[in-house]
Design a protein around this ligand. Structure first.
Ligand code: UD1
Length: 416
């Protein structure tokens, strides 16, 4: 099992290119199931989750060609419209094949994801939405078995905002008979990126990016080309790292317009940020000020950035309150940060962090993807060596993170 060994204390300086977004790439790979023609994708990040999704699609019969950052997917024929447990348990986003399979092939067998480190994360909204569109669904032996002759357009209200729920039903609706209206839909930029890809494939979608999305079903989709949007969480992670460690970094191929809340909080912490086209420059020449935050669906503060800001707050001037409203168990990194000397109290879904002058290096263990990024940031600012264990979580969602941090001057290496 790989670990990261980090010698803390270096400032970060230089330029880093932001990769394509994991959370846009995963649903867009599944969109290839909606047409017999080829889908050409560019800026696809090299991540373990993307590799898992490719393997899953290939197992079903999708043909995939790969060359540096590009994929061509062709789902002319499908042998097995199935997502087995061993794949869904390692990557919950595998649930995103459900909508495309039922709507194009009339049948899907997809394992229920079960719990994960950050909470129970049910998929009831995906199932209810498909039922409202006329799918017959049985839960048997831990699998969702869905069948439908042709899905029918419906009005679907989400009583909780769900990102993959919105994406799954949007993909199901593009080939349904009639109009589907998704209300209280997720407004995340990755939903918009998926919608743009589907529109390029011939889908009729209006309102993606707002809380009401209207989809007029068509008979068939065709092939298309699409470039995956930049990863806003990877961008935010590098910006927080530089705010915590100090320095002067520039992100290229990034998008500032989808990072409003994160940039605002970094500014509050004392960073100086300048945006020019697709570059974001951040300068930090002081100890960060502690910042309060509360996670909520986009455009509010993203839950996927909560842990990284927690790491910064541990060494900040003052105290901060962090409230997690999306996932019930997303403070697993707190125990590990405490091992480095951080002062954090938890009460329900609220963490109170008292900034201390210095963390001290130790061996710590990653528990989930974003918690891993938080521990790497803590290692960058801690005195001495920090070893982050179980970094397979990190490899699921960050492309070459140690190489990118090394270019910025961090002393970080991968050890077996
Ligand atoms: C997506 C992101 C993940 C991010 C999360 C919240 C992808 C691949 N993953 O996950 O990185 O942390 O959004 O921004 O895009 N819920 C239900 N029933 C459902 C669906 C969701 O109760 O059927 C609950 C969840 O347990 C959670 C909340 O709704 O408490 C939001 O979850 P959701 O937006 O669905 O997260 P994901 O789409 O799984």
């Amino acid at each position: 099992m790989h670990k990261l060994a980090i010698q803390g204390g270096n400032r970060l300086n230089g330029e880093v290119r932001i990769s394509g977004a994991k959370n846009a790439a995963l649903p867009i790979l599944c969109a290839s199931l909606l047409t017999p023609d080829s889908l050409h994708l560019d800026n696809v990040p090299e991540l373990n989750d993307v590799a898992t999704m490719r393997k899953l699609l290939q197992q079903m019969g999708v043909k995939i060609e790969q060359s540096a950052g590009q994929l061509v997917l062709s789902a002319a024929d499908i042998d097995k419209p199935e997502a087995p447990y061993d794949m869904v348990k390692t990557m919950r986003a595998a649930i995103l094949v459900l909508g495309p399979l039922v709507t194009r092939f009339g049948e899907a067998l997809v394992s229920l994801p079960g719990g994960c480190a950050i909470g129970s994360r049910p998929v009831d909204l995906h199932i209810k939405g498909l039922q409202a569109m006329g799918a017959e669904i049985h839960i048997e032996h831990g699998y969702i078995h869905a069948r439908a002759k042709r899905l029918k357009g419906a009005r679907i209200f989400f009583d909780l905002v769900s990102v993959t729920g919105t994406e799954n039903l949007m993909m199901a609706a593009v080939l349904a008979d009639g109009v589907t209206v998704l209300e209280n839909a997720a407004r995340e930029p990755e939903v918009v990126d998926l919608a743009q890809c589907l529109i390029a494939m011939g889908a009729r979608i209006e309102g993606a990016g707002s809380d009401t999305i209207s989809i007029a079903g068509v008979e068939k989709l065709h092939g298309a080309s699409h470039r995956i949007m930049p990863d806003r969480i990877e961008s935010g992670t590098f910006l927080v790292a530089a705010t915590a460690a100090g320095g002067d970094i520039t992100l290229t191929d990034a998008r500032a317009d989808i990072l409003d809340n994160v940039l605002e909080k970094l500014h509050e912490a004392g960073a100086v940020i300048q945006v020019a086209g697709s570059t974001i420059n951040l300068k930090m020449n002081r100890r960060p000020r502690a910042v309060n935050l509360r996670t909520a669906p986009y455009p509010a503060f993203p839950t996927d950035m909560q842990a990284q800001f927690m790491a910064m707050n541990t060494i900040a001037e003052g105290s901060a309150m962090v409230v997690e409203t999306i996932f019930e168990n997303r403070f697993m990194h707190v125990q590990e940060l405490r091992r480095l000397g951080a002062q954090i109290d938890i009460e329900g879904n609220t963490a109170v962090i008292k900034g201390c002058a210095q963390l001290e290096g130790a061996t710590i263990m990653a528990t989930d993807l974003r918690a891993s990024a938080c521990l790497v940031i803590a290692g960058l600012v801690a005195q001495g060596e920090t070893v982050v264990d179980r970094i397979y979580h990190l490899d699921r969602g960050y492309e070459h993170i140690e190489a990118k941090l090394s270019v910025l001057g961090a002393r970080i290496r991968r050890v077996k």
